[in-house]
Design a protein. Structure first.
Length: 339
């Protein structure tokens, strides 16, 4: 049985103190072991960084229009998601992959790989806008976090089994170029860290400054030549506008913590992952979605990028997520997310 009543509604309340910090010209850097640190003021000006070493990333290209969801449309009749990804997904069997029924979204990565998804609308609800709650789940924003993709895919089966007044939308592999590279890479096919490419306020100054000063121009954390320069981040940004999720679940690895940005009281734990709010980064999804847009963003950091938790732990995390959702959205009418 579902852990919430049939009248359960989503909430995307105002971003409160965090939004005030973002609007007031502050970004919060995380502590040292997770690129973390203290609150730091924006610089008045910053020199434009050069692209990372040419061996690590191709020459940056001009940004695509935000409306364009892909650089290269996927070829019709190409390989399916399981043919492309299965060998890279820990603990995912062929039967589980097939059962997830991933289909091409119509968008593609920088290298033209389709961005696959699975939609699970509320039974009997015709339009997604009429769903009591809409939840967007994204995995493998960083391509070398293979367990993030595997967890998102395996949770599709649990979503199908849950009696839910929820429209789920799963994008298990947002960064297929990075996941399919050998070795897999954090960045996309153009060497951009997609989780630093979202259009947070002050991105033009803050993202290059953070990359230059805090990461010492680490190629793995290059934010790109401009916000939303990458087809993958454009696609997720377009989903936020079209699908209008009340909640975003972003799955990462390997720090073994639970993070949260945005309105509502965060979950204290999901399974064995305990809450440890690590701060916000210029261009990150948590910063953009949770702080700027006021959409709650639950960020899962699995303990290992290559080794999956036990099946019982995967289910425990899912059940804890549902319990938290039910407890914090009961009888709350959701306003529209901020533009």
């Amino acid at each position: 049985m579902t852990p919430w009543g049939s009248g359960w509604l989503g909430s995307a309340l105002a971003g409160g103190v965090l939004a005030a910090l973002a609007a007031g010209g502050l970004w919060i850097a995380p502590r040292a072991d997770l690129e973390r640190g203290t609150t730091a003021p924006r610089a008045a000006a910053v020199r434009s960084p050069a692209a990372p070493d040419a061996k690590a990333v191709a020459e940056p290209v001009a940004p695509l229009p935000v409306a364009a969801a892909s650089a290269t449309p996927p070829a019709p009749g190409g390989p399916g998601a399981c043919e492309l990804f299965l060998q890279r997904l820990p603990t995912v069997s062929r039967a589980q992959c097939d059962a997830a029924q991933l289909t091409p979204s119509g968008a593609a990565s920088a290298h033209g790989v389709p961005l696959f998804w699975r939609d699970l609308p509320v039974p009997g609800v015709q339009a997604s806008a009429d769903a009591p709650l809409r939840v967007l789940v994204a995995g493998a924003i960083h391509g070398d976090e293979l367990t993030a993709a595997a967890l998102a895919l395996r949770w599709i089966a649990l979503a199908e089994q849950t009696e839910r007044p929820v429209h789920w939308r799963f994008i298990p592999v947002l960064n297929p170029d990075g996941l399919l590279a050998r070795p897999a890479t954090r960045t996309n096919g153009r060497g951009v860290d997609l989780n630093r490419n979202f259009p947070t306020p002050g991105w033009d100054k803050d993202a290059p400054l953070y990359w230059d000063k805090r990461t010492q121009r680490d190629p793995r954390r290059y934010p790109g030549p401009s916000a939303l320069s990458e087809p993958e981040s454009q696609f997720l940004h377009a989903q936020m506008a079209a699908f209008q999720p009340h909640l975003i679940v972003s799955i990462h690895a390997p720090y073994g913590v639970l993070d949260f940005d945005g309105p509502l009281s965060p979950p204290e734990r999901l399974g064995r992952l305990w809450l440890d709010q690590v701060g916000i980064f210029p261009g990150s999804l948590g910063n953009y979605g949770g702080v700027h847009r006021g959409i709650p963003v639950v960020t899962i950091e699995l303990p290992h990028a290559l080794r999956m938790p036990e099946d019982a732990e995967l289910r425990s995390m899912w059940e804890d997520l549902l319990r938290w959702m039910g407890a914090h959205w009961a009888e709350v009418q959701a306003p529209e997310p901020k533009p």
